[in-house]
Design a protein around this ligand. Sequence first.
Ligand code: GTP
Ligand code: MG
Length: 149
Amino acid sequence: RERSFIMVKPDGVHRGLVGDIIKRFEQRGYKLVGIKVIVPSRELAAKHYAEHDGKPFFPKLVDFLSSGAVVAMVFEGKDVVKTGRTMIGATNPLASAPGTIRGDFGIDMGRNIIHGSDSVDSAMREIALWFKADELADYEPVATPWLYE
Ligand code: GTP
Ligand code: MG
């Protein structure tokens, strides 16, 4: 099944939003297969956001992501990349609908709490960047037949 890389950024960790964010993905039915708390190096942050290298906001973005602890996660399930983005909301929290993570918790673009992969290809790249293969758990939740027909 499809996987997405979901990460609570330093602002979300400082603000104590980790539990709520995990709860939303769990309640939706997505399976947590990887999780770690780390302070990313500037190098890792720059690699993660490589698509934005050269843009005016890139240096600030890298500084911010590497400024504190993040919670890096991999969730698995049907359409998790697209649904994850819907649950997260728009890049600008002020443009995010209430009920989304950014729409419920954020104000500024540079403090938008959470990252989610924007495509299946990005997800594969990001998961390989942040996790080793043996850090991802292979298991089948007993709830699976109660989530999928
Ligand atoms: P991520 O899930 O973090 O990748 O956000 P996103 O996919 O919604 O947005 P995108 O990948 O385009 O941008 C990555 C991050 O850069 C965003 O989450 C913002 O924090 C920041 N960012 C994007 N565009 C701008 C911008 O125009 N100005 C500023 N200051 N920051 C931006
Ligand atoms: Mg993005």
